[in-house]
Write a new protein. Structure first.
Length: 237
């Protein structure tokens, strides 16, 4: 029944993820977590990397631009959907349009998200986000992140998980994206724990328009500075 329900949700069976794997070479280990931020330590937000110290831009196809919302993610094993979990997220792709009509996405990292559970608080930190492959019909983005789960009453770190994932997006009809993700999880020592394939559908919530100011930041000025610093002044909007 689960597989039938998932197929109905996506209208058509998701394509196999083998092309995605071809561009992914997850390492067997990553950098260990700082001693002050390991399980068993007293958590202090000041020990986390300072937010928004890095800014970058990369081009995306126009079909990817806009504000998107997903409802759930699905585990895929050997090309077959296995199970799902609720995961509601909204994300924007595309912030500025250049003189030639190309859409550019803006990334600020590190970026922190805090969520509260019954007994714990989770701190999810996106450390980096970068474009790894782009074609007219698909875009692959690599995201590096760390999550700390902290006991709400003691302030002690219960667990730490690190992750590197490559999300590949494809257009799926009008107002929808198909996303295939290959995720590698690591422990606080940087040792590989597990690799998994995930997929989901993003639905368009807001059509794309250039954004000159976002959360108090002059995005248009940042974009202009980026173009000039990369000898792309001819693309200034």
């Amino acid at each position: 029944m689960l597989i039938a329900g998932l197929s109905a949700l996506f209208n058509t069976r998701p394509a196999p993820a083998e092309p995605l794997k071809a561009i992914i070479q997850h390492s067997s280990e990553v950098k260990p977590v700082s001693p002050r931020l390991r399980a068993g330590s007293q958590f202090n937000q000041e020990d986390l990397p300072r937010q928004f110290t890095k800014s970058k831009w990369f081009k995306i196809p126009r079909w990817m631009a806009g504000e998107w919302r997903r409802q759930a993610v699905y585990i895929r094993k050997n090309g077959v959907l296995q199970q799902s979990q609720k995961d509601i997220r909204q994300h924007r792709y595309g912030f500025q349009t250049d003189q030639e009509g190309n859409v550019w996405h803006w990334v600020r990292t590190p970026h922190r998200t805090v969520s509260e559970q019954t007994r714990t608080i989770s701190y999810f930190l996106i450390r980096d986000e970068e474009l790894v492959a782009s074609a007219p019909d698909k875009v692959s983005i690599k995201i590096t992140w760390t999550t700390w789960v902290v006991n709400k009453h003691t302030g002690i770190i219960d667990s730490v998980i690190q992750g590197v994932q490559v999300d590949t997006y494809r257009p799926k009809g009008e107002g929808a994206l198909q996303a295939d993700s290959h995720v590698a999880n690591y422990n606080q020592d940087g040792k590989l724990l597990v690799k998994q394939d995930w997929c989901w559908q993003d639905d368009l919530m807001v059509y794309y328009e250039p954004v000159d100011n976002y959360e108090g930041v002059d995005v248009k000025l940042l974009f202009s500075d980026f173009l000039r610093s990369h000898n792309l002044a001819k693309l200034l909007p």
